[in-house]
Design a protein. Structure first.
Length: 130
């Protein structure tokens, strides 16, 4: 991956994160907390991929994204452990929201997921100077 590709891929995923945040907010406003929670995770997923692309890494799975963020950004002190854990937590919430038959997500929980996703994306923008 060239430096130009790294930057372009990172910016593309960062833009996608912003779109996912807007989708999550729209779903929450429409009273759809399951969809809002799912889209909040995808905002974090794309922001995390932007971080990875910025250093020339590309994950092959959702779980690999969380693992690589931990290894290359949390363990090195560039990202707080709280934000690192957020990737995995929202990933589990997304799986429950999309597939968990007995899972319940409230409007308040969706709002928290969106706020957390926004905080993560804002920190990624800061780290990338975007």
């Amino acid at each position: 991956m060239t430096d130009d590709n790294k930057a372009a891929n990172a910016q593309g995923d960062l833009a996608r994160a912003g779109e996912c945040l807007r989708e999550a907010a729209a779903l929450a406003s429409a009273g759809l907390p399951y969809g809002a929670t799912s889209r909040a995770y995808y905002a974090v997923f794309h922001a995390a991929r932007a971080l990875l692309f910025s250093v020339g890494l590309e994950a092959r799975s959702h779980r690999a994204v969380a693992s690589l963020v931990g290894e290359h950004f949390v363990k090195t002190g560039r990202l707080s452990s709280d934000l690192g854990r957020l990737v995995s937590r929202l990933q589990r919430d997304r799986e429950d929201a999309d597939y968990g038959v007995g899972s319940v997500f409230t409007a308040d929980e969706a709002d928290k997921a969106i706020a957390d996703a926004r905080r993560f994306a804002d920190e990624v923008r800061r780290l990338l100077g975007a």
